[in-house]
Design a protein around this ligand. Sequence first.
Ligand SMILES: [Cu+2]
Length: 266
Amino acid sequence: MSLLTTPAAWAAWDLNMRQGVTEISQAVYGLHMTIFWVCVGIGVVVFGVMFYSIYYHRKSRGAVSDTFHESTKLEIVWTAIPFIILVAMCVPATKVLIQMYDASDSDIDIKVMGYQWKWSYEYLGEDLGNGDNMAFFSNLSTPRAEVYNEAPKNPNYLLEVDQPLVIPANKKVRFLITANDVIHAFWVPDFAVKKDAIPGFINESWTIVPEPGIYRGQCAELCGEAHGYMPIVVKVVPEDEYYAWVDNKKQQIAQARGITPAVANR
Ligand SMILES: [Cu+2]
C-alpha cells in the first residue's frame, strides 16, 4: 500500500499525466490531481449512498418505498450541491488558465510553422542581414530502415530531428504558432505547451524552462499521411550558449544564401 501512496510511485505510473519540468506544467499537474480527487470523492459518496440503499433497503428486508416524490427541498439540494462543487473547481482552474495564457513580456519570440510534415522555426528579431529573420526547418531524422523494421529501433524512435528548436533556459520564450497548409498542433508535454497551428491564424503560447536539457514532443493534430513523422525536439541551453548558437547559425544560413550576416548588437 505504501508503494501506491508515495509520489514516486504515482510519477512512475504511466497511466497518469506527466508532471513536466516547468512551473506551469507542475501547476497543470496539480490542478489535474485536485480535480481527480474531487471526482473520486463524488464517486465514493454517490456510489456509497447507492450501494447502501440497495443493500439495506432491499425488498427481502421488507423495505417500503419512501414518498419524497416531487420534493422541492430535495430538488434544490441536488441542484445546489453540484453547482457549489463546480464553482469550487473553477476557481483553481481559472487561476492556472490565466497564468497559461499570459504570454506578455517575453524575452524571445519564435514563430512556429507547421507543414505537411515538418516544422519550421523563425527567430523573430534575429536579422540575417537582408531583413529576413533567421529560420530553418526541422525534419524527422529517424532512418527509414528503422521505420520498415530493417534496422533495430533506437530509444528515441520517431522522436528525433535534424535541427532541433534551441531556446535558452530561464528566459520567457513566446511561441507564435501557425500552419502553412492544414491544421497541426504544437505539443511539448514537459512544458504543458499544446496549441493548434491553424493556417491564417496565429496562436500564442509560452514557456520558461528552468533546466537545460532535451525535451521532445509531437504534432498533436491528425494532419495527414505522415502526421506521426513530425516530432518536435527542443534543446534548452544556458543563455550564453544560446546566443553563441544563434550567432553561429545566422552565419551558416547567411553564408549558404550568399549574404553578409548582420552583426548582433546585444
Ligand atoms: Cu501535423
